[in-house]
Design a protein around this ligand. Structure first.
Ligand SMILES: [Ca+2]
Ligand SMILES: [Ca+2]
Length: 236
């Protein structure tokens, strides 16, 4: 078979042209990958390609817990010092205060707790929080959470974009280091007298838990999606 046999009909001519075109396009396609990843897909390219980055986090959770017995209107200041290595970032800090009042002979006299944070000794402009809650079963007490890295969840995900920009986005800006403080105050409720034996509610135990979640970006790798290969002009 010589070259004339390959081009002796209009259909064969189209096939030969299409084949040669593909041979020319594929080197261009692979040479284009680095720039396409950075979102520089220009108009008029025959090959369309998207670079998708897959991001994962390695988390490390630190908790400290303490218990304190408080009388009515008595307050206690809890302190949590955060000093971490430079290569780690803070995802969030959480304070949880729980209690369960079962000291009363009947319902209606549940104790409660209120608290407010003092972040004046913490780096960054982080808003204080305050709240309260009853010492009943289930969702007792209160919980404060501060997201030091905005929108942090720790879940792996994928997005299209530039690796440097994504690394910059996952940053705590150096915030959150320092001495975290909160003041909690007990509200003790007792049934009115007379006192029944020694059943009288005069205090409550509160469990205070600080949680620090730090993270590092462990994996960023790219994969590519070929959006189209436009061979329409050749009409094979
Ligand atoms: Ca009570
Ligand atoms: Ca009590």
């Amino acid at each position: 078979m010589d070259f004339q046999d390959l081009v002796d009909t209009p259909r064969k001519v189209k096939i030969v042209v299409g084949t040669i075109t593909l041979l020319l396009l594929f080197p261009i396609y692979f040479a284009s990958v680095p720039s396409l990843i950075n979102g520089e897909v220009g108009e008029g390219r025959v090959v369309g390609l998207s670079g998708i980055l897959s991001i994962s986090f390695e988390e490390n959770e630190t908790t400290i817990t303490e218990s304190i017995l408080l009388d009515d209107e008595e307050s206690y200041e809890t302190i949590f010092d955060i000093n971490i290595e430079n290569d780690k970032k803070i995802g969030y800090v959480q304070l949880s205060v729980t209690c369960f009042d079962n000291d009363d002979p009947g319902p209606g006299f549940t104790d409660s707790v209120e608290g407010s944070s003092d972040l004046s000794s913490v780096d960054g402009e982080i808003d204080d929080q305050s709240g309260d809650g009853e010492c009943s079963g289930g969702d007792s007490g209160f919980t404060f959470r501060w997201d030091i890295t905005e929108n942090y969840t720790g879940d792996s995900y994928s997005e299209e974009g530039n690796e440097d920009e994504i690394r910059d986005k996952w940053s705590d800006q150096g915030h959150g280091r320092g001495s975290w403080k909160a003041m909690i105050t007990a509200q003790i409720n007792s049934p009115p007298g007379p006192v029944i034996g020694d059943i009288v509610d005069s205090d409550e135990e509160f469990v205070i838990t600080w949680t620090l979640m730090t993270y590092e970006l462990t994996k960023i790798y790219a994969y590519y999606i070929i959006e189209c290969i436009n061979l329409a002009p050749f009409n094979i």
